[in-house]
Ligand binder design. Structure first.
Ligand code: GCO
Ligand code: MG
Length: 398
């Protein structure tokens, strides 16, 4: 079965707001991954040079292919490398009839503990929403709420399900941001959640890159009595040295990394122990091959993992993260925003929720089935994330 397989083609097809990439082999075993990201179209980049680099190669040569792409990184969207890598692991698992985590060393835990996204228009609504997650067995919940005086705030869910979707219009919408109002409000929100729901679960919050290091220090200090699991993206992630300042002011744990593409983006954060959780996402950070290197580096410094898992990472990308989560030593937690309908009509995810955890099936490869016929009912739709402006119209990180 494994002998002499060659990559025959690489194809891209757009569905809803995602692009499906298929790496086809001459033995009929295909690898699949979805390119996520509102408004992102990698088709031209992929079908040109990527095809040249892949066709005719042994798909199980995953490490060498990763390096071939790395050497030519300037030609590609950096995430293309990650998508190709996940599709190759999918092929590798299918070729030997094993789920990918078994090729990564096997299961190191029973399942993958996830955190859900609670939100609300005010404190009472958010507390009730968090309670709903706890009632359905979640052991970890992120809380975001509308900041009083602002029309909208990052992280608010519309509708009644357990999923929310931050991308909206077909062009980025303007949102108004006010740091002082936010800093005044969040400690009250967190205090109310602990007062009402207690300390028997992990509590998380995402500041979404909006604070300065000193503001982040202030927030971290204010939240210390409530024993947060983490504050995420306290300051813009690219400035690694800024985290030294935050660390000087608070012992609230810090998480960062959902916007990183490589191990070098997190090198200083990890090696100086400036963070507690690294949030790189498998499809965005060089695939399983490269993300595993990041997580191994983190392990050396006592940093645990907390992979990004929003609705704009497809079920294939989430499953790829789960294979890694279940097999590594320093797993911390996995984000799980779940997916908006009609995702369940199009994907059979190959993982199931039980008891606050996701459990992988033993399907070969990544284990997600994708129904191409069903997907045809959902043509591509452009959707962009918003941008932030301060009250005087200045642009600010969203
Ligand atoms: C998270 C993220 C997301 C992103 C989204 C952007 O913590 O899950 O911050 O909500 O904003 O993935 O596309
Ligand atoms: Mg985030």
């Amino acid at each position: 079965m494994v002998a002499d397989v060659k990559i025959a083609d690489i194809r891209a097809a757009r569905h809803d707001r995602l692009t499906l990439i298929t790496i086809a082999t001459d033995e009929g075993v295909d690898g699949e991954i979805f390119v996520s990201g509102p408004g992102v179209d990698v088709t031209p980049q992929l079908l040109g040079p990527a095809k040249d680099l892949l066709v005719g190669r042994d798909p199980l040569d995953i490490g060498a292919i990763w390096h071939t792409f790395r050497e030519r990184a300037r030609m590609f969207d950096p995430t293309v490398q990650g998508y190709v890598d996940v599709a190759l692991w999918d092929i590798a698992g299918k070729a030997v009839g094993r789920p990918v985590y078994q090729l990564l060393g096997g299961a190191a835990r029973d399942g993958v503990t996830i955190y859900g996204h609670a939100s609300g228009a005010d404190i009472a609504e958010t507390v009730a929403d968090a309670a709903r997650f706890l009632q359905s067995g979640y052991r970890a919940v992120r809380v975001q709420a509308k900041v009083p005086g602002l029309e909208s705030t990052y992280g608010l869910r519309a509708g009644t399900g357990l999923t929310y979707e931050p991308a909206g219009g077909d062009l980025p919408a303007d949102e108004v941001w006010d740091t002082e109002a936010y800093l005044d409000f969040v400690p009250k929100l967190v205090a109310a959640v602990r007062d009402e729901l207690g300390y028997g679960f992990h509590l998380l919050h995402d500041a979404h890159h909006r604070l300065t290091p000193l503001e982040a220090g202030r927030l971290g200090k204010a939240l210390e009595p409530y024993r947060m699991f983490w504050i995420e993206d306290a300051t813009p992630a690219e400035d690694q040295a800024a985290f030294r300042l935050i660390r000087q002011h608070t012992v609230t744990p810090l998480a960062v990394g959902e916007v990183f593409n490589t191990i070098w983006d997190c090198q200083q954060l990890i090696s100086e122990r400036l963070i507690d959780y690294i949030r790189t996402a498998v499809p965005h950070a060089g695939g399983i091959t490269h993300t595993r290197r990041i997580f191994d580096l983190a392990d050396l410094y006592g940093v645990r993992t907390g992979s990004h898992g929003p609705g704009d990472v497809s079920p294939i990308g989430i499953a790829a993260a789960l294979h890694l989560d279940v097999s590594i030593a320093n797993f911390g937690i996995q984000e799980y925003m779940s997916h908006l309908e009609p995702a369940n009509e199009v994907f059979t995810p190959g993982y199931r929720y039980a008891d606050g955890m996701l459990h992988l099936s033993d399907e070969p490869g990544i284990g997600v089935r994708f129904d191409k016929q069903a997907a045809k009912r959902y043509p591509y739709q452009r959707r962009y994330l918003p941008v932030n402006r301060l009250r005087d119209g200045s642009m600010h990180n969203w």
